[in-house]
Design a protein around this ligand. Structure first.
Ligand code: NCD
Length: 307
């Protein structure tokens, strides 16, 4: 059974085809309104979420399907000690496809290994978040037309930020992309990502602590939240939480056509004064996420022979 746990589970051709489907949905939503009629998506969210969960739900409704979900981890059988493996087996009896978010790295993979229906990873701890990357890719494609030759700045919590890990994996497949990794010393991109992706493929990247120094050369600036829930102690979080705040003043040195992305939720990283700037793309990114999740649900249900 085909599941999507890591962005690497999708080939470059599949990424392209998902973007094409998403754009077709934007152009002709009525053609898709019954595509998943009477099919059910189960959302299993063991961690807080607003947009990812609602985006999956809206996606399934717009495909004519239904959604079943548990209201919270605390009110599910996980609170009684049920394993992720058992929950996945049980939910496979009710749903045609599952989207799962869990605080433990690897939990989505365990779910996929035990489910009888396709499983989509909606975020596993600090590991990866492939459907956010689908949203990011479509946003960059729509803003820039292409990925080739882009200088992409990733700023903030690059250690625990799972969206960053998946995005590096995806963009590294395109020609002449280079990364500027902007973070405090303590929150650098994990060495396994540098070793297995950037160094292994010879992708150019530089690391810096200064957003001000990096900003003039960027085509994309991907801001992230410091991931409070993954810190071992509160003092470290408090010390690092406001490391980077994008303000209109800092933006003055950026290219006139630099795109600003953020997976959201935003805490302090982007001043609200920037929301009206034409370079701010983070709310468009939310909408793009829904279309890409529609495209992914369609692809997996077709492959499973469900639709
Ligand atoms: C991200 C996540 O959950 O990793 N949010 C999201 O899904 N859009 C980013 C974050 O929580 O900071």
């Amino acid at each position: 059974m085909r599941s999507v746990i890591d962005i690497l589970d999708l080939s470059t051709e599949e990424l392209e085809s998902l973007m094409a489907t998403a754009l077709d949905i934007v152009a002709r939503p009525d053609d898709y309104a019954d595509a998943c009629r009477r099919k059910k998506l189960a959302t299993l969210f063991f961690e807080p979420s607003t947009r990812t969960r609602m985006s999956f739900e809206a996606a399934m409704y717009e495909l004519g399907g239904h959604v079943i979900s548990m209201s919270s981890a605390a009110s599910s059988s996980a609170a009684k000690g049920e394993s992720v493996a058992d929950t996945a087996k049980v939910v496979s009896c009710y749903a045609d496809i599952i989207a799962i978010r869990h605080p433990k790295e690897g939990a989505a993979l365990v779910a996929a290994e035990n489910a009888d229906v396709p499983v989509i990873n909606a975020g596993d701890g600090g590991h990866c978040h492939p459907t956010q990357t689908l949203a990011d890719l479509l946003t960059i494609r729509r803003e820039k037309g292409s990925f080739e030759g882009l200088t992409v700045g990733l700023c903030g919590d690059l250690k625990f930020g799972r969206t960053v890990h998946s995005l590096i994996n995806a963009l590294s497949r395109y020609r002449d992309v280079r990364f500027v990794l902007i973070s405090p010393e303590e929150l650098k991109v994990p060495s396994y990502v540098k070793r297995d992706v950037l160094k292994k493929q010879g992708i150019p990247y530089q690391q810096t602590t200064s957003l001000e120094d990096a900003i003039p050369e960027l085509d994309i600036l991907y801001m992230t939240r410091v991931q409070r829930e993954r810190f071992f102690n509160e003092e470290d979080y408090l010390r690092l939480k406001d490391s980077y705040i994008l303000t209109p003043d800092k933006l003055r040195r950026a290219k006139a056509d630099m795109s600003i992305l953020h997976p959201l939720p935003r805490v302090n990283e982007i001043s609200v004064a920037i929301d009206a700037d034409p370079r701010a793309c983070y709310f468009k990114q939310v909408l793009n996420g829904k279309y890409m999740r529609m495209a992914l649900i369609l692809m997996l249900l077709k492959e499973a022979g469900t639709i």
